[in-house]
Design a protein around this ligand. Structure first.
Ligand SMILES: [Zn+2]
Length: 136
């Protein structure tokens, strides 16, 4: 009986940890390759997953910020042009600051929502809300 209770308790705790990975967030590291005039980010979809954002949203951000065109193939992003991995890394940080991290509490546990045609970033951890750039 005690074991059952502990199992349930552990399951409950595991759930809480899953939905609130506060303090354990590590910035994803982009795997960048350049082939001639194309730059490939091999783990692009994984990075978007880690941020819990749509791959297409992250792609739009990069297209705007790098002023180039890009596409997704098998989870990899392919951009036109020769883009350094340090620039990609910097833009990932910019994206996280703008679209992932809560400015009030600094946690990455946020979601995007649309309110009155405005894009909002809503924090699960503290409830803060702020308007974010609409990339569409
Ligand atoms: Zn917050």
């Amino acid at each position: 009986m005690v074991d059952d209770y502990e199992t349930l308790l552990n399951r409950g705790l595991a759930k809480i940890k899953d939905s609130n990975p506060s303090g354990r967030f590590e910035m994803p590291v982009a795997e960048v390759e350049t082939h001639g005039q194309r730059t490939i980010v091999r783990n692009f979809a994984q990075i978007a997953d880690k941020f819990r954002r749509e791959t297409q949203h992250l792609l739009k951000f990069f297209q705007k910020e790098l002023a180039t065109s890009g596409s997704i193939e098998n989870g990899q992003a392919i951009f036109l042009g020769n883009i350094t991995s340090s620039l990609i890394t910097r833009k990932l940080t910019d994206y996280a600051n703008e679209f992932v991290f809560c400015k009030a509490c600094g946690q990455p546990d946020t979601k995007m929502a649309t309110e009155d045609k405005n894009e909002m970033l809503v924090c699960w951890a503290c409830g803060a809300k702020r308007q974010i750039r609409n990339l569409r």
